[in-house]
Design a protein around this ligand. Structure first.
Ligand SMILES: *Cc1c(COP(=O)(O)O)cnc(C)c1O
Length: 396
């Protein structure tokens, strides 16, 4: 017997992360951007559930300038994994976090005067000059200093020797809808402050506003950098935004058939007896449930088996769901089923799952539980580095 961790039996339900597709998406996005515009890869929440370290390693190779994150833990995790690129924490920091940010060379957004003084003091104690970004709220009313009150704060930052104003940013509340009226209003407010900075001869290296929607649909707002999240992972922020051909989803969810049952007419399936067989049925049990993040549906949705749609029967359980394989007679024990992703010529999209969940694609990607093993594939199918790829180094 050999009971070591390397041959620990893997659960027959998992998320598959195709790093080859991630690489391709990065190349398409990088290729669509003017050379002068930097790419920040947003990898908060474990890169939207794809595994931040794996994603960051590929993104560095494909010319990402740096990474956008949410929490201190996320950023420290990347540093400890050997990522040396700039890491920008996008939200607000508690005072106790500032020292850690300086120690780990993390870049933070500073949005009020007290934080400016505290960070400046800590940076001076470390003997460092620390880059900071100012997040300007231009209408979203979330984080940041109001656009019409930002100038005095920015001047406070530039007056501190241990701080270096590296970036000024804003964030759109609606950049991927057909109606861009509010996005344009937000951008004009942002431009007001940028103009005021120019008049004061305050130079800012990185002015940035765009998320995936803005990257796709608001080229005038690209400025010095775009912050792309969901599109890296192959999912468009909406169905009405510009479609970049060749972008493909990176994540799939799979499980293997763990039991097969035959139903006679009138027999029922699952908790609550939510399905009754009208004729004889053959069903497969997949060992994945709402405890893994699958939406808690009843008689809705399907799995792909042998490239065919097998409809879900009855209510889904914490650890299991049942699908009808009457029309897929070749389906056998331990055959692979796809719950999200492609099989054969068919696909269950992230959006399909979002509909079942009555939610958005972002929520679907980030809410698969980690007890589904994350399996990365195609880590090294990249074409040999060409000169074009190397040339992206020029605008880091
Ligand atoms: C999450 C986030 C992004 C990325 O948004 P996507 O729609 O996933 O591209 C960009 N900027 C900020 C400030 C964010 O919080």
């Amino acid at each position: 017997m050999n009971l070591n961790s390397e041959n620990f039996p893997q659960r027959p339900a998992w998320t598959e992360i195709d790093l080859g597709k991630l690489r391709r998406n990065l190349q398409l996005i990088r290729g669509d951007l003017p050379r002068s515009v930097r790419l920040m890869a947003v990898v908060k929440d474990e890169a939207y559930g794809h595994g931040a370290l794996d994603v960051a390693r590929v993104a560095v190779e494909e010319g990402a300038w740096g990474f956008g994150l949410s929490t201190l833990e996320e950023a420290v995790h990347l540093r400890e994994g050997g990522i040396t690129a700039p890491l920008l924490l996008l939200g607000e920091r508690q005072e106790a976090e500032l020292e850690w940010c300086v120690a780990h060379n993390l870049t933070i957004c500073v949005n009020e005067p007290y934080a400016v003084r505290r960070l400046a003091k800590i940076a001076a104690d470390f003997g460092k000059q620390v880059p900071v970004h100012v997040k300007i709220h231009t209408g979203m009313s979330r984080y940041g200093v109001r656009w019409d009150e930002a100038l005095p704060l920015i001047e406070k930052i530039t007056a501190e020797k241990s701080l270096r104003l590296e970036g000024v940013m804003t964030h759109f509340s609606q950049s991927d809808e057909v109606d861009k009226t509010f996005a344009h209003l937000q951008f004009s407010r942002f431009q007001e402050i940028l103009t005021a900075l120019e008049q004061k001869k305050i130079l800012v290296k990185l002015r940035h506003a765009c998320n995936s929607g803005g990257f796709l649909d608001l080229p005038k707002a690209h400025l010095d950098m775009v912050r792309v999240g969901i599109l890296l992972y192959g999912v468009f922020p909406s169905q009405v935004c510009r479609q970049l051909p060749g972008i493909e989803p990176v994540m799939s969810v799979k499980a293997k058939i763990a039991a097969i049952q035959k139903l006679k007419t009138g027999e029922v399936v699952g908790y609550g007896m939510r399905y009754t067989a009208k004729t004889e049925r053959r069903i497969a049990i997949l060992p994945i449930g709402y405890g893994d993040g699958f939406p808690r549906v009843r008689n809705e949705g399907c799995a792909l088996i042998h490239g065919q749609r097998a409809p879900l029967l009855g209510g889904i359980a914490m650890d299991a769901l049942m699908v009808d394989i009457t029309d897929i007679p070749q389906a056998q024990m331990w055959d692979e089923a796809v719950l999200m992703g492609k099989q054969g010529g068919d696909e269950i999209t992230v959006r399909d799952i979002a509909k079942l969940k009555n939610s958005v694609t972002y929520d679907v990607l980030t809410n698969w539980r980690l007890r589904l093993r994350r399996k990365s594939v195609n880590a090294r199918t990249a074409p040999a580095k060409t000169e074009t790829v190397l040339a992206t180094d020029g605008h880091r």
